[in-house]
Design a protein around this ligand. Structure first.
Ligand SMILES: NC(=O)c1ccc[n+]([C@@H]2O[C@H](COP(=O)([O-])OP(=O)(O)OC[C@H]3O[C@@H](n4cnc5c(N)ncnc54)[C@H](O)[C@@H]3O)[C@@H](O)[C@H]2O)c1
Length: 294
């Protein structure tokens, strides 16, 4: 897929998934702005990616977002694609989570996505030639996850912003989609069920086992890049407002929240009316525990 002439900003692209996205977009011909909070990671990525420019900045505030868009325009004359990927974890159960844990995660993921997307949308609307906002969400935001109050809330908010901005930017032909990736990175190595398998594969150079790639949808960072390149390209024209999962051997379209079962009662519902007629089946929630073969 040819992205020649396209200009992309990838936040948090000093390592992990973001670095893989930046490399894949550059390999498809795009000009790339690399960003990370870590200057050394930015320098290393720029050295690795032909033609890339780097901006070391902490995503979250408006100034960083505007610097990223300005860097794309200064270096390459325009901006066509934004990937909001920068992220951190501060996992704790609700009753141990501090204000700082909550604010730090919401700042990078939710506020960082908002400020970067706003700056990019202003530029793309002014250019008048459409664009692509690719927002990185997470299974935790889709389902909820133990120990991830801050992260699940931020990622659910990101999926909601994708739906909202898809509506707002449709006339400008700027598509907005949420990607729900799963891949072996420093982040997933913190999940106890996956850590030994990932470390074993890294040590031996063997591919990840089929159960991990297919049943858990977890593979390498490079397994995620095909979707990113597709969404950045003309081939994804008209695809907007969606949450799309990718990882290992699996590609998935997530449903949008919808009323699943409804009931009506003339005059409305008192508490005892609800108690008397409640027959709604409970839905499952939370990320299912990994099924590690014994
Ligand atoms: N790895 C997975 O399976 C998985 C699953 C779901 C979602 N995600 C999401 O994908 C994204 C990338 O995850 P990853 O696994 O590659 O993580 P990672 O920790 O390997 O990489 C994240 C990068 O973001 C950078 N970063 C952190 N705060 C920043 C800030 N304020 N400004 C700029 N850069 C910042 C870090 O320095 C790091 O280079 C995150 O948004 C994460 O939530 C990952």
């Amino acid at each position: 897929m040819d992205l020649t002439g396209r200009v992309a900003v990838v936040t948090g692209s000093g390592r992990g998934l973001g670095l893989a996205y930046a490399k894949a977009l550059a390999a498809a011909g795009a000009s790339v702005v690399v960003n990370d909070v870590d200057q050394a990671a930015v320098d290393a990525a720029v050295a690795e990616i032909p033609g890339a420019v780097g901006v070391a900045a902490a995503v979250g505030d408006t100034e960083s977002a505007e610097r990223l868009v300005a860097a794309a325009v200064e270096a390459f004359g325009r901006l066509d694609v934004l990937i909001t990927n920068a992220g951190i974890l501060r996992d704790r159960v609700l009753w141990k989570m501090t204000d700082d844990d909550f604010d730090a995660v919401v700042r990078v993921h939710l506020r960082g996505t908002f400020t970067c997307a706003r700056a990019a949308a202003i530029r793309m609307r002014a250019q008048g030639t459409g664009g692509r906002l690719i927002l990185i969400a997470s299974p935790a935001g889709q389902r909820g996850n133990f120990g991830q109050t801050n992260y699940a809330a931020a990622k659910a908010g990101i999926a909601a912003m994708a739906r909202t901005w898809a509506l707002e930017l449709a006339r400008s032909e700027i598509t907005v989609n949420a990607v729900v990736p799963i891949a072996a990175t420093e982040m997933t190595k913190t999940i106890p069920a996956f850590a030994p398998v990932i470390e074993e594969a890294e040590r031996t150079g063997q591919p990840y086992p089929a159960w991990l790639r297919r049943d858990e949808g977890l593979g390498t960072v490079d397994d995620v890049t095909g979707l990113i390149t597709f969404l950045a390209s003309d081939a994804s024209k008209g695809i907007t407002g969606q949450a799309i999962g990718i990882g290992g051997d699996k590609l998935a379209l997530w449903s949008h929240p919808a009323e699943k079962q409804v009931a009506f009662r003339d005059g409305g519902w008192s508490a005892s009316d609800i108690a008397a007629s409640w027959d709604f089946p409970a839905e499952t929630y939370g990320i299912p525990a990994p099924r590690v073969p014994s």
